[in-house]
Design a protein around this ligand. Structure first.
Ligand code: UDP
Length: 348
């Protein structure tokens, strides 16, 4: 297949491109480099010369995108390009609706204009909001009621996709989509070719590794008074390789008219304290911590019930052990202490 990957220079998108070319597909990366790294795309171009192309293009540029899809004869879109910080979305909601919601609309429109009928969307467990404890682990049937603009900006896209698929079923141009609701994504390419490089970093595991490596002196635990066994928040950490494998399975299974929703997680949770302890074990370094206040908008416990994708597509996460996930991230981190370089991805 010829696949357009929006956000293909970012953390998850770049790993997806790698898996696509390993599976024999051709890829056009579209990225505005606001969060992604040109260097990551260059790594991919060198791994699969002639099978990866890169365009510095914003997903709001509908006409240009449609032209690119036509000239590259695209069969499918994998849509990763998005802003993904809950706190930032509260501070700058319109920026999130513009980039994540209007941007997705523009890309869906471009796909329609260019006759591209398969679409895989990076959604999020943040669309569930704070489900009642008796609904955790969360199944896809759980009600969706986001508690921040980030979650809303993604849920609105799910709605648009449902209606676009409905139009296709009613005789419009063919369209099938899947929305994958990610839990916490972590780890890196085990061969060390790609990794996670966010600026600034706000995620728990990379911050632990920055402290372990001496890049930061210490870190703060955001609250230890939650109603969980050790008082800190629990999350479900899925390896980026498992996540992109799920994308490939879904992409290859999509039939015209499909609308599919899948949770992507491992189905088991780790607390913040357990994560820090695991990072100490893997790196062999002490990780000094201070106890801080709760971070607004953090639900106490988010874990996935991943049964649907297991049942329907036979998906099994390969990395079910947190230490192994951290090992792959640590390997890339040690080999690339400056990430993709001192100047990379400083944003614009
Ligand atoms: N967290 C923390 N200290 C940090 C960063 C994160 O205690 O410096 C906690 C955060 O409050 C949450 C968990 O770690 O409970 C996972 O946060 P992350 O930002 O990695 O992912 P999120 O679940 O928000 O998507």
């Amino acid at each position: 297949m010829n696949v357009l990957v929006s956000g293909g220079a970012g953390y998850i998108g770049s790993h997806a491109v790698l898996r696509l070319v390993e599976n024999g597909h051709q890829v056009l990366i579209v990225d505005n480099l606001s969060r992604g790294h040109r260097e990551a795309a260059a790594v991919l171009e060198s791994i699969a010369p002639g099978r990866v192309a890169f365009e510095d293009c914003d997903i709001l540029e509908t006409e240009r995108l449609a032209g690119l899809m036509t000239s590259h004869r695209c069969d499918a879109v994998l849509h990763f390009a998005a802003l993904a910080y809950v706190g930032e979305s509260v501070e700058q909601p319109l920026r999130y609706y513009r980039n994540n919601t209007a941007g997705a609309l523009s890309l869906i429109q471009a796909a329609e204009d260019a006759g591209v009928g398969r679409f895989v969307f990076s959604s999020t467990c943040a669309t569930y909001g704070e489900p009642p404890v008796d609904q955790v682990p969360i199944a896809e049937t759980c009600g969706q009621s986001p508690v921040n603009p980030y979650g809303w900006s993604k849920l609105m896209v799910e709605r648009m996709l449902i209606d676009r698929a409905g139009q296709a079923r009613a005789g419009g141009s063919p369209f099938a989509f899947a929305a994958l609701r990610y839990f916490n994504v972590a780890g890196a390419d085990p061969e060390g070719r790609l990794g996670e490089d966010h600026r600034p970093e706000s995620h728990l595991l990379p911050i632990c590794l920055e402290v372990a490596s001496g890049k930061r002196e210490s870190m703060t635990i955001f609250g230890d008074d939650y109603d969980t066994p050790d008082g800190t928040c629990i999350r479900d950490y899925v390896h980026v390789i498992d996540l992109v494998n799920a994308h490939l399975l879904v992409l290859e299974a999509l039939e015209p008219g499909d609308q599919r929703f899948y949770n992507i997680g491992v189905g088991r949770g780790y607390s913040v304290l357990e994560c820090i302890e695991a990072c100490r074990r893997v790196t062999g370094h002490p990780i000094p911590v201070t106890m801080g206040a709760r971070r607004p908008g953090d639900p106490p416990m988010l874990t996935a019930n991943p049964d649907r994708i297991r049942r329907e597509l036979g998906f099994e996460a390969r990395y079910t052990n947190l230490d192994e996930i951290i090992e792959t991230a640590w390997r890339w981190f040690q080999a690339n202490p400056q990430g993709y370089g001192p100047e990379a991805g400083s944003g614009r």
